[in-house]
Design a protein around this ligand. Structure first.
Ligand SMILES: [Zn+2]
Ligand SMILES: [Zn+2]
Length: 663
């Protein structure tokens, strides 16, 4: 079959067939550009403008067409979405998840959805915080997470902190190290930039050492009372978890029968009952020879409140303890002489939490109820004047007292370097997020300018085992001590460990530790509470009235293992007796040190040198550490070396860098 075709070629017309469109924006018959017909949409009746198709002005971004977004999620939908992602990162449902073999990446990734959910839906903070607790295994069960991190637990703290934290950076790594069961390695100490930190360089030469007067002041050092007004005599004293000597305490091995009924004067796994508190305080004036005279002054290095589980604590309980026990009992029993007190990590609610003013808004003053209260008490007792009390109200309970004798006492709220204060975990590369160390530095500069001496009081020690003090702030503290020692800072005092020990601070960040470079020493006061597995104790210093250096130190203790014998009779209470005199114990190891030479950093460094070769000396230290508790564990040579190392570690970075962990 043949197909019929037209001609084999066709030349189209050169002119545009102008009749195709009704009208044109340009001349359709010209030869220099393409036609631009006027198009009218037959449905919308819109006439499309030349600018839509003009080759000379192509529009680059259409801003007219709608771009639909979903509506904002409700707070509970945001929380639900975040919780789903948190759970998926913690328990991936794909075998190739990058989080399966990388706990640090998983932990920091878990914090990301939490951060944005806390920001967008703070009202849902409790459910997100509980999900975080479960994902990071912060507690042993869902129920425990709900108590610890729910609405009445740390949910509000976590919401504030995680929403402000650089969770993908340094803050997140530190959070995962500290709270995520070590999921991330400990982040390195941030290099310090001290430019502009100090108003003046350290004087060179230093001002001449003050001349001792030979007059000795008596100063009492009490620490870690931890009074337990809920102590129940006869309850389980040998319980398997938490605070013993409480109605609900029991031993796992014997849940229905009490193994060891709580003696009324206390026990090793319990805080201080009223009976022991009074016995200790009544012993003080008699043993120290201050009956009728009182002390020149007393220092209290923190922790008044008992170690209750979080859900048993409240603001009222903290206020009751602050008011009723420590301060009022001190006033009644210790006689005249002011008491200078620093706040401990237990002296707040929730425990260990204190927030920096930099949070702003209605969060700036969220802990003022506590600072106002203690400042009011100190002022009422006549221990600090109006100015110091006002400073304490505005400055986290920390203050400076300018005594008439040329000594200034500066207290710190050390929760701002305490590892368990969750509020420390944002803006962490700033070593002074709270301003506490700025305050200290300015006060020290004032004291230097005035030629005054300073004692610094705080609670959580700046170094030692490194586990409690956060690196960046304690690193800065160490540099401040270097700048103002020994000509301004005469002594430093801490509590918190409940043990009896000390730390030495050296020049040049401790790169060369010697008697010549030792600048300052901190004395860590033994606790009154026997918790944990310790005897009860207190200390008195004899202090030169012009140099404010310590010339002698006496430590008294009571053997808690003897307390059961004191039950069922009223004739005798606990016996406190002199455990040791510091100079008599260690002094013979430091030849050439006169009887009136101070027990200063140089002396203490030489004591540590003697300990390196004299095992009797270090074993005495080891006994005194626990106030000679029967539970004291023996210290082998590795332990002895570590102990000496920690004595020379005044900051956490130095302790981490130099010392074996675990001692
Ligand atoms: Zn304590
Ligand atoms: Zn403490």
């Amino acid at each position: 079959m043949t197909v019929a075709l037209g001609p084999s070629t066709f030349a189209a017309p050169g002119a545009f067939p102008t009749s195709i469109f009704g009208s044109y924006y340009n001349d359709p018959t010209q030869t220099s550009s393409q036609v631009q017909p006027v198009i009218s949409d037959p449905v919308t009746h819109v006439v499309y403008p030349l600018s839509l198709t003009s080759p000379d002005s192509i529009p680059l971004l259409d801003t007219k067409d709608p771009t639909p977004f979903p509506p904002p999620a409700s707070a509970d939908a945001i929380a639900a979405a975040a919780i789903r992602q948190i759970q998926l990162i913690a328990s991936p449902n794909t075998p190739s998840s990058p989080f399966i073999n990388d706990p640090c990446a998983a932990c920091q990734a878990i914090l990301l959805p939490a951060k944005f959910a806390f920001l967008a839906a703070p009202s849902e903070g409790a459910s997100i915080a509980v999900a975080l607790c479960e994902a990071l295994d912060l507690e042993s069960s869902t129920e425990a997470c709900e108590v610890g991190f729910g609405q009445f637990g740390l949910a509000n703290v976590l919401t504030q902190v995680i929403s402000n934290a650089d969770v993908a950076g340094y803050d997140g790594q530190a959070i995962c190290f500290q709270f995520g069961n070590g999921a991330c390695p400990r982040p390195p100490t941030t290099p310090l930039n001290l430019t502009g930190w100090f108003a003046k360089p350290k004087p060179d030469p230093l001002p001449a050492r003050r001349t001792p007067t030979g007059e000795r002041l008596k100063v009492l050092h009490l620490s870690d009372f931890h009074i337990d007004p809920r102590f129940k005599t006869g309850a389980e004293a040998n319980c398997s978890s938490g605070l013993c000597c409480r109605e609900n305490a029991f031993a796992q091995s014997s849940p229905n029968a009490t193994i060891m009924p709580a003696p009324r004067f206390g026990s090793y796994l319990c805080d201080t009952p009223y009976a022991l508190a009074l016995a200790a305080l009544e012993s003080v004036p008699v043993l120290t020879g201050t009956q009728g005279t009182g002390f020149n002054f007393t220092i209290y290095t923190g922790d008044l409140v008992s170690h209750d589980p979080m859900n048993e604590l409240s603001r009222d309980y903290v206020l009751y303890t602050e008011e009723t026990i420590v301060y009022e009992l001190f006033k009644k029993i210790l006689g005249s002489g002011p008491v200078y007190a620093a706040l401990g990590n237990h002296d707040t609610q929730q425990s260990a939490q204190d927030s920096p003013h930099s949070l702003g808004g209605n969060l700036t003053d969220q802990f003022s109820w506590n600072y106002d209260h203690v400042a009011g008490l100190w002022e009422l007792e006549g221990w600090v004047d109006k100015t110091a009390a006002q400073l304490a109200r505005a400055n986290y309970g920390a203050y400076m007292v300018q005594r008439r004798d040329g000594l200034r006492v500066i207290t710190l709220n050390t929760d701002f370097w305490y590892g368990s204060n969750v509020f420390n975990y944002f803006n962490m590369t700033n070593p002074d997020n709270s301003g506490m160390l700025r305050f200290l530095t300015d006060e020290l500069q004032d004291a230097e300018d005035a030629g005054d001496k300073v004692w610094i009081l705080g609670h959580v020690l700046s170094g030692f085992s490194g586990g409690d003090g956060i690196e960046n702030p304690t690193d800065l503290f160490y540099q401040i001590v270097d700048r103002f020692s020994p000509h301004v800072i005469a002594n430093i005092f801490w509590g918190h460990s409940h043990m009896d020990h000390f730390q030495i601070y050296y020049s040049n960040n401790g790169t060369n530790m010697s008697a010549e470079t030792a600048l300052a020493v901190s004395w860590i006061g033994p606790s009154v509470t026997p918790l944990t597995d310790l005897n009860s104790g207190f200390r008195m210093y004899e202090v030169d009235s012009n140099t404010f250096e310590i010339l002698d130190a006496f430590t008294w203790t009571s053997d808690v293992s003897s307390f059961p014998e004191l039950d069922s009779q009223l004739e005798f209470g606990p016996t406190y007796s002199l455990e040791y005199n510091t100079r008599e114990t260690y002094g013979p190891a430091v030849p050439g040190w006169g009887p009136n030479d101070p027990l200063n950093a140089t002396w203490w460094h030489r004591v540590t040198e003697a300990m390196e070769t004299n095992s009797t000396l270090i074993s005495s230290f080891n006994d005194f550490l626990t106030k000679q508790s029967p539970f004291n564990s023996p210290c082998n040579s590795t332990c002895e070396a570590a102990r000496i190392c920690y004595m020379r570690s005044g900051s956490s970075p130095i302790a981490f860098q130099n010392c074996a962990p675990g001692f």
